[in-house]
Design a protein around this ligand. Sequence first.
Ligand code: AMP
Length: 282
Amino acid sequence: MITIEKIEQMQAHIMAERQKGKTIGFVPTMGYLHEGHVALLKRAREENDTVVLSIFVNPLQFGPNEDFERYPRDFERDYAIAKQAGVDIVFYPSVHEMYPHEPSVTVRVHERIDVLCGKSRPGHFDGVATVVTKLFHIVMPHRAYFGMKDAQQVAVIDGLIRDFHFPIELIAVPTVREEDGLAKSSRNVYLSDRERQEASALYAALQKGKATIEAGERDVETVRKAMIDYIERHTSGVIDYVEIYSYPELQPLQSLRGKIILALAVRFTNARLIDNIVMNVQ
Ligand code: AMP
């Protein structure tokens, strides 16, 4: 496994790989790797000749009052996990390497961002789309792997790939969870012991919503209320949103039918956690 910090070097290396006829699988991350990231890496390992992992905490996708500065970072630890997962190349650029000056061009996302995290975090998906565009040009992968934990991100990247004609296959990987259901996240380290215990209620609330629908309920508000009520009764967190939309369009629903997403975001003292489930309703 090699680590590359420079864009030009990364491009030259990948060009040589592609000339040898190798397929490239790419897993973009912000590091502080956990089993969710490893699931993406394993899938990429199975399906490609060369696996590239990028580790870059992208300042462009953080709002002014968000956790860019204190986002957890540990390159040594990430390096060991990546090696174990069979990664070939770790792309690990500095902020200066990626943004040597104020960007003269950025990508602006127009659809599917007026809801969920797009609504709560203005500009977030523009920052994501901009860095992913840059990374796609740097890594030139055949396949890119993203987690369904960030389902809205998957929908946005799908639009980016189509609209900008990237010859890249998007692979969405199911969410990896702790035993009690909590979605694995780099930000879970910022939960207090008590909050960590409570946080399993987020997935439980989604399951409750799902069970309510499976029992025949088709009214959006009734299911939303059941989930909100569950979170309020079982956690000290503050609800940012609990919503249900069509997926991947992220449009409001009159009644619960078709492919839908139940999604939530809850703020704890030092971490804002998100989770979702996608289901088909007859
Ligand atoms: P991040 O480092 O948080 O930007 O995440 C990098 C990639 O890993 C994104 O595509 C995430 O959706 C994915 N990811 C993060 N957590 C999980 C998880 N628990 N299960 C599956 N994928 C995940």
